[in-house]
Design a protein around this ligand. Structure first.
Ligand code: 5AD
Ligand code: SF4
Length: 449
């Protein structure tokens, strides 16, 4: 069992994040926290004394995947097993069930408790089973170290949790109620990220556009106010935000898309389905017409904005005609990109026990048709960029020597040949487009914004 025996404190760690961008952010913060304790980041899980599995619970048999991952780690280690921590939403949802099923797990830590990792690691080293899935009122963010060592693009969580309770979704249960981080904490973290090398910041939240707070002068502000404040940060070139809910798309935020220079022309605004009956059963509290009207208003202030979304096929009771209404709304919106999923029953959610669960084969077929349409739209959007001149923020090396890959304002990957440095913002002529990326030629270097 190992639970009673003490062991050496881990010297190296590896964090493996699954799922959404908020997990990527949490994973980065856990890494910084562990480094602050004097541990070093191992190149791979094989070389680490501590492995953190930062898990996702949104769809499918995510928990099952975690258990098979744990099995693989134990098998590979042949006796001298690393310390294993399960973090993220599976940890929150399954809690003490995890070490019961997988005794090799030493630590279980939820998404609102990971600032306690150093204490949990110490407990595990003493041979105790360490579990923390509390959702404290006090912010974990205050207990985390300052941001450092940052690539050109950074995530910054400004909002967490969800009060919307869509009937298919587990997030309100695993991430808890909607909370907004304070204005000053966000501005400070953004400054630290820029000082550490970030040129682009993506503000994150399960419902990021529900962010609400007060500025330094005590005036109430929404996400648009925060974006306008961050727009003034010297050294920062670009701002993005994700994920938004249609109901929280305020007039101010829409206006910001037409006015704030650093706010990129990209909006991820999931509609999920096109049938009003299904949207109601999903508890979405918007309908197809109000969604389309919203998109029109955004396009009125920013005609070139790239629209992205999430879609679920095969929600319980979805008829063929209702599915086709989803295709209809997709055609009406015309997306730059989108994510689409087969409905996956989540334990404890209302939809999981609804009548009319859809057969897997039907869902497969619907997803294929939906994705064919979305792929066509994405390729069309990319082709429409050919001939345009735009800024590209260089993020990483490409496959071939001298090649670099960066992002256009519309979040497309752009491959450039004549090798500007990573972190540079360069002007590029787009010369070709495929379904998943663009090719560009660098025109001239830009001055730092
Ligand atoms: N089944 C399928 N997709 C889901 N999503 C959330 N819950 C489920 C589920 N139970 C999708 C939604 C959401 C995205 C993050 O994941 O489209 O916007
Ligand atoms: Fe889940 Fe709906 Fe909340 Fe999005 S808005 S996190 S889909 S409950």
């Amino acid at each position: 069992m190992g639970a009673a025996m003490s062991r050496p404190a881990p010297k190296s760690f590896h964090v493996k994040s699954f799922g959404c961008q908020m997990n990527v952010y949490d994973g980065a913060r856990m890494a910084e926290l562990l480094e602050g304790q004097g541990m070093s980041a191992a190149e791979s899980a094989d070389e680490a004394d501590l492995i953190v599995l930062n898990t996702c619970h949104i769809r499918e048999k995510a928990a099952e995947k975690v258990y098979s991952d744990i099995g693989r780690i134990v098998k590979k280690a042949e006796g001298d097993k690393p310390m294993i921590a399960v973090a993220g939403c599976v940890a929150q949802a399954e809690g003490a069930e995890i070490p019961r099923r997988a005794p090799a797990v030493d630590i279980v830590v939820g998404p609102q408790a990971y600032h306690n990792l150093p204490r949990l690691v110490a407990e595990a080293a003493e041979g105790k089973r360490a579990l923390d899935t509390d959702m404290p009122a006090a912010s974990k963010f205050d207990a985390l170290p300052k941001r450092r060592r940052q690539g050109p693009t950074a995530f910054l969580t400004v909002q967490e949790g969800c009060d919307k309770f869509c009937t298919y979704c587990v997030v309100p249960y695993t991430r808890g109620a909607e909370i907004s981080r304070p204005w000053a904490a966000i501005v400070d973290e953004a400054k630290a990220l820029v000082d550490a090398g970030a040129r682009e910041i993506t503000l994150l939240g399960q419902n990021v556009n529900a962010w609400a707070g007060e500025d330094g002068a005590g005036r109430p502000q929404g996400l648009d106010g925060l974006i306008r404040a961050l727009d003034a940060l010297p050294g920062l070139a670009r701002l993005r935000y994700t994920t938004s809910h249609p109901n929280d798309m305020s007039d101010g935020l829409i206006a910001a898309h037409g006015e704030v220079a650093k706010l990129m022309p990209f909006l991820h605004l999931p509609v999920q389905a096109g049938s009003d009956r299904i949207l109601k059963a999903m508890n979405r509290s918007h309908d197809a017409a109000s969604y389309l009207e919203l998109i029109d208003r955004v396009r009125a202030v920013r005609p070139d904005i790239a629209i992205s979304g999430d879609f679920i096929v095969g929600f319980p009771g979805e008829t063929e005609a209702e599915f086709e209404e989803t295709l209809t709304i997709i055609r009406a919106v015309n997306h730059a990109q989108a994510f689409s999923f087969k409905y996956s029953p989540r334990p404890g959610t209302p939809a999981a026990t609804m009548d009319g669960q859809i057969a897997a084969a039907v869902m497969d077929e619907r997803l294929q048709r939906l994705q064919a349409l979305l792929n066509e739209q994405q390729h069309g959007f990319n082709l429409a960029t050919v001939g345009r001149r735009c800024d590209v923020l260089i993020e990483r090396d490409g496959k071939k020597p001298g090649q670099r890959i960066g992002k256009s304002p519309w979040l497309q990957s752009v491959i450039v040949e004549n090798g500007p440095a990573i972190g540079e913002l360069v002007t590029v002529d787009i010369v070709a487009a495929g379904p998943n990326s663009l090719n560009g030629v660098v025109v001239a270097e830009q001055k730092a914004a």
